[in-house]
Design a protein around this ligand. Structure first.
Ligand code: 13P
Length: 252
């Protein structure tokens, strides 16, 4: 399957900075990449990104993504953004269950699963983030934690699970410069692959991305692992040259 390299800009950007970043990406993407590419940007900038993409041919294949979505369809939920609104703005992807939302906004496994369901119902691919904390890893609970997180999404979404993207993001590797070794990441990805296989006969369609300090220097080795189908890139996605280097490292 084609790999997916998705940037997660987190709460970064401005109208001017976004345009400069997109221009630099367009200049570097004159040859169509071998992988799928997406940028997941702050909700207020989705319309800007859509417009920028439409006037730059090199970016036409770049998928637009959001970073969160409401589990509710519409109504009295002040501040929330629905999956239908994201679809309206041209989103192909939405990140759900990022560890920063689990940690700072109290998102539970059940809520994350409901958000994935809302995205799927609107025809948007949820990029479901799972991953253990350092304490959980050191206690030997990595497998148990990621399996529990994924199980909630499988339970709520049934056979639609074949339409999701999974992102394994060990919390201790996010923004720390400490990446899981390719072997450590591959071991967890293999566990997740087996869990997906048991849940659907379409599991071969499900991409499992790695995220957590993936950068221009370490991407190629991580992406060479058998069960690593792409990357979810934070800091390095804000630097056009680094993001382009990661994209170039993602061969089929
Ligand atoms: P960094 O690449 O900055 O570690 O962030 C990873 C991440 O959280 C992507 O969602």
């Amino acid at each position: 399957m084609k790999k997916l390299i998705a940037g997660n800009w987190k709460m970064n950007g401005s109208l001017a900075a976004n345009e400069a970043l997109l221009d630099a990406l367009a200049q570097g993407l004159t040859v169509a990449p071998a992988c799928e590419v997406a940028v997941c940007v702050p909700a207020p900038y989705l319309a800007q990104l859509r417009a920028l993409k439409s006037t730059r041919a090199a970016l036409s294949a770049v998928g637009l993504g959001a970073q969160d979505v409401s589990a509710h369809a519409s109504g009295a939920y002040t501040g929330e953004v629905s999956a239908a609104m994201l679809k309206d703005l041209g989103c192909r992807y939405v990140i759900v269950g990022h560890s920063e939302r689990r940690q700072y906004h109290g998102e539970t496994d059940v809520l994350v699963a409901d958000k994935a369901k809302a995205a799927l119902a609107a025809g948007i691919t949820p990029v479901v983030c799972i991953g253990e904390t350092l304490a959980e890893r050191e206690a030997g609970h990595t497998e148990e934690v990621v399996k529990r997180q994924l199980a909630a999404v499988i339970h709520t979404n049934g056979h639609c699970i074949s339409e999701i993207v999974v992102a394994y993001e060990p919390v201790w590797a996010i923004g720390t410069g400490k990446t899981a070794s390719p072997e450590e990441a591959q071991a967890v990805h293999a566990v997740l692959r087996a869990q997906l296989k048991a849940a659907t006969d379409q599991s071969a369609r499900v991409k499992i991305l790695y995220g957590g300090s993936m950068n221009a220097a370490n991407a190629a080795l991580l992406l060479a692992q058998g069960d690593i189908d792409g990357g979810l890139i934070g800091g390095a996605a804000l630097k056009a040259q680094d993001f382009l280097t990661i994209i170039a490292a993602a061969h089929a």
